[in-house]
Ligand binder design. Structure first.
Ligand SMILES: Cc1cc2nc3c(=O)[nH]c(=O)nc-3n(C[C@H](O)[C@H](O)[C@H](O)COP(=O)(O)OP(=O)(O)OC[C@H]3O[C@@H](n4cnc5c(N)ncnc54)[C@H](O)[C@@H]3O)c2cc1C
Length: 436
């Protein structure tokens, strides 16, 4: 079949792979995925999604595969989002809020999540060892059609009609898009503040625990095996939940120094660390926290960064998706879910019959109009959530109203569905066609 345009996806993480799978429905779009490393790879940790993201995985025909690798097959019934406890005292802590929602939070091992996407990727479209260093937009005046010239670190090159930046929070595509806009098109120099990720003042310790270690010989088991937990305390909190059919518990323990927000992070973002460092950090917390952290035998330490919310996600024929567009703190467990929503809406917009090579820039603006307000809202909300979990928000540790406010942080989950968002994008595309 003749191709209406060629799409280059730079980055083969959750956003790039979801986009490639979603675009594979459209045989008239050529897709190439350029991944910097030698293989598609995710870290050894958990990831959670909600009903909205599950709807997209289902629409893309992947529900069965993802059911098999989830903590349990999702059935839509009411489930626990998080069980919030005050835990920063040596005595037994107590619940201050139980957040429940249809489907609860659906949890996976990241490596399994990525493998399930890769299994749906059409053959022959992935190119490894292709680290994009720069791109050149060759305008229409010099050629019959404009196209984009891609330059990779290994000296090779490629061309495309549309470049999608799925290259993560340190995106080189975001950097060039903003620099070109400021230096070549006279854009507002303040846009350059959106290039470098901002250190949130927080570090996250991440580890996995085989579930057997959290069970006693008499049959009693740790609370987190059954329930996703949020252990809260002053300037620290711990998220823990089971993954991989309930065989592993994922632990993310966080510590924040608010004064360091925006300070430069020196050194690598991710390092190995000893479990004793984490245990020391949470010394004096309630017994079930000590018990859980005592079961860790390996961990990594992450410097948590976020982006200053971008005012646009696209220029000409270049567009940003996932963390490249809205890298956020992990406090609503939503970065990957938002990346998947981006990928779904962008694929639907590109695949729409009204979208042609000539109308690509306008189609990309449609994607931006639908996705940017929600993704930036979640980015900003995530930071506020982290403050609330650590009693650093306006309500401090006023636990009853704090619990209610924590519940409201999830309101965006229910304001629309991916399908209503897609319909809105289609309406915009139809209006655009009518105005031509
Ligand atoms: C502690 C923590 C917990 C989290 N928990 C959750 C959660 O529970 N739920 C959730 O929804 N989100 C969560 N997130 C966020 C989520 O992990 C990210 O939002 C998501 O993985 C982003 O996917 P991505 O594909 O956009 O970027 P990435 O995963 O960063 O992928 C980028 C890809 O691009 C490649 N690449 C980079 N540069 C180039 C280049 N120049 N050329 C070619 N390829 C390139 C990289 O090698 C990589 O494969 C969490 C994040 C953290 C830090």
């Amino acid at each position: 079949m003749a191709k209406k345009f060629r799409v280059a996806i730079c980055g083969g993480g959750i956003s790039g792979l979801t986009l490639a799978v979603a675009l594979s429905k459209y045989p008239d779009i050529q897709v190439d995925v350029y991944e910097a490393t030698g293989q598609f790879k995710e870290i050894g940790a958990g990831v959670m999604i909600y009903a909205r993201t599950w709807e997209i995985l289902s629409l893309l025909g992947m529900a069965q595969d993802f059911s098999r690798i989830a903590h349990a097959p999702p059935d839509g019934s009411l489930g626990i989002g998080f069980d919030y406890r005050r835990s920063d005292k040596p005595e037994v802590g107590s619940r201050f809020y139980l957040f429940q929602m249809p489907y609860g939070c659906i949890r996976f091992h990241r490596a399994h999540f990525l493998d399930a996407l890769v299994a749906h990727l059409p053959a022959g479209i992935a190119h490894f060892g292709k680290r994009l260093t720069s791109y050149t937009y060759i305008p229409v005046a010099q050629r019959r059609e404009p196209q984009i010239f891609l330059q990779f670190a290994d000296g090779s090159a490629a061309t495309c009609d549309l470049l999608v930046g799925c290259d993560g929070i340190k995106s080189v595509i975001r950097k060039q898009l903003l620099e070109d806009h400021v230096y070549k098109q006279g854009g507002d120099p303040r846009l350059l503040e959106h290039i470098e990720p901002i250190w949130s003042g927080m570090v996250a310790y991440r580890g996995l625990i085989p579930v057997e270690r959290l069970k006693e010989a008499d049959g009693t088991e740790h609370r987190t095996i059954r329930s996703p937990m949020m252990y809260c305390g002053k300037s620290k909190h711990i998220v823990s939940y089971s993954i991989s059919a309930g065989s592993i518990v994922n632990v993310v323990a966080m510590e924040t120094n608010l004064q360091l927000y925006g300070a430069p992070w020196k050194g690598p973002w991710v390092t190995e660390c000893s479990p004793s460092e984490i245990q020391e950090c949470f010394k004096g917390w309630e017994p079930e926290v000590q018990e859980m952290l005592g079961c860790l035998d390996r961990a990594t330490k992450w410097a948590i960064h976020e982006l200053k919310p971008l005012p646009f996600y696209t220029k000409d024929r270049v567009v940003l998706v996932g963390d490249a567009a809205h890298g956020m703190t992990p406090h609503q467990g939503a970065g990957a879910g938002q990346a998947i929503e981006d990928a779904y809406i962008l694929a639907e917009v590109l695949g729409h019959p009204n979208t042609t090579l000539a109308s690509l820039p306008k189609a990309l603006v449609t994607y931006e109009r639908v996705r940017l307000p929600m993704a930036n809202h979640v980015l900003q909300g995530s930071k506020q959530s982290g403050d609330m979990y650590e009693f650093n928000g306006p309500l401090e540790d006023n636990l009853v109203p704090l619990g209610l406010q924590i519940g409201h942080q999830w309101d965006w989950l229910w304001t629309s569905t991916p399908q209503t968002e897609r319909n809105r994008a289609f309406e915009l595309l139809t209006q655009q066609k009518a105005s031509l």
